[in-house]
Design a protein around this ligand. Structure first.
Ligand SMILES: *Cc1c(COP(=O)(O)O)cnc(C)c1O
Length: 376
């Protein structure tokens, strides 16, 4: 077992040219040399977000940027709407509560997408709501939300629109500016194909007004500190230099073929993977499947975690399991970032071998064949 295939929805495989770039000798961050790298990385990132707003880079995992999107625009006692359809929606609510923000939950059945009309109704009933927090791809259920349609609803109000695009960016369609997103929150270890450790926030002019009024405590993630440094092509604290060097290379890779083509490629891989599952007689968990990650129901009599263990130990392929109530019931396979056609085909081959070993009955090769028809 020489080759290993990392198919989890974060971290994702880091391509060789990006790894090599990050292996170069360390440089200092207060230099012209680093400033040029940081500028290219940021400008490249803005193209991927499809925004002309500032995009700040933090040294933290994605959750740090989620926290930043709360502490910078709210005050104690403010009211917000949070869409809860999985682990990551829940997290927004937990952070808000930790800071004494009042949360109105939109509870969505796991695997379903929220209905924009429900958010419209809540906004009408609660005109004092300061912001709506939701997710592009709810990674725990592999479900994509209609961020464009929800944006149409929020545009008509004074509320801010905050979207966690951590896993969806680069695989699911996303248009920061056209869809009226005020803060988009992202991380480095998913579609951006670099290691964990960087987080990002885009900040709209409407969000800046809220920043001015915000009274929640903040220090490390204070947008004002980042803005001041950003205008000098700098970061307020020591940059995660190595990761930013990797980010520059990663955004160059994406923008060389263009973000739209990149998304189309991942969408095609997701489609091929779903077709393979269908051919194997497996069903997809989500009613609104994301192209960043697919959640598959384990067949009757097979525990998803046993399947995952077998794939990892005997075939070198790493899938992710279900979270919370979905543990043992689903397995999740990513299509984002550095995951390419080869990974997808190898993953399907391994899935067939593992299913056969666990006694599942199907015609060998049908999954691979179905995927190849789409990936040809
Ligand atoms: C991975 C992920 C996060 C969490 O990011 P960390 O880097 O683990 O802090 C948040 N939201 C979504 C949708 C994710 O997929």
């Amino acid at each position: 077992m020489n080759k290993k295939y990392l198919m989890t929805p974060g971290p994702t495989p880091v391509p060789e040219d990006i790894r090599n770039e990050m292996a170069k000798p360390m440089i200092h961050h207060r230099t012209k040399e680093y400033q040029a790298i940081f500028k290219d990385a940021t400008e490249g990132l803005k193209k991927i977000f499809k925004t002309s707003n500032d995009v700040f880079t933090f040294t933290s995992s994605g959750t740090g940027a989620m926290e930043a999107s709360i502490v910078n625009v709210l005050s104690h006692g403010d009211k917000v709407i949070v869409v809860r359809g999985g682990k990551f929606g829940e997290r927004f609510g937990e952070i808000a509560k930790a800071y004494g923000v009042e949360v109105i939950n939109v509870d969505v059945e796991w695997g379903s997408a929220p209905k924009p009309e429900i958010i419209a109704e809540l906004l009408k009933k609660n005109p004092d709501v300061k912001a709506v927090y939701t997710t592009l791809c709810e990674t725990s259920t592999a479900t994509v939300y209609d961020i464009k349609a929800i944006g149409e609803v929020i545009k008509k109000t004074d509320a801010l629109y905050v979207v966690d695009v951590i896993s969806g960016l680069g695989a699911d369609d996303f248009e920061n500016d056209k869809w009226g997103v005020d803060i988009a929150v992202c991380g480095s270890q998913k579609g951006l194909m670099i290691p964990p450790g960087l987080a990002f926030c885009s900040v709209s002019p409407k969000a800046w007004k809220a920043v001015e009024a915000s009274k929640l405590p903040k220090f490390y993630f204070n947008f004002k500190k980042y803005k001041k440094a950003y205008d000098d092509t700098d970061t307020p604290f020591t940059s995660a230099i190595t990761l930013v060097i990797g980010l520059k290379k990663a955004v160059e890779r994406v923008n060389a073929q263009g973000i739209d083509k990149t998304i189309a490629e991942h969408q095609n891989q997701a489609k091929a993977f779903r077709a393979a599952c269908k051919a194997l007689g497996l069903t997809i968990f989500s009613k609104s499947p994301s192209s960043a990650v697919t959640g598959v129901n384990a067949p009757a009599g097979i525990n998803a975690d046993d399947l995952i263990k077998l794939l990892k130990t005997e075939l070198g392929v790493t899938f992710a399991g279900g979270q919370g109530d979905l543990k043992g019931k689903i397995f999740r396979v990513a299509h984002m970032g550095g995951i390419d056609r080869e990974h997808t085909i190898e993953a399907i081959k391994a899935l067939e071998l593992a299913l056969a070993k666990l006694g599942y009955k199907f015609k060998a090769g049908t999954g691979v064949e179905a995927a190849q028809k789409i990936l040809k």
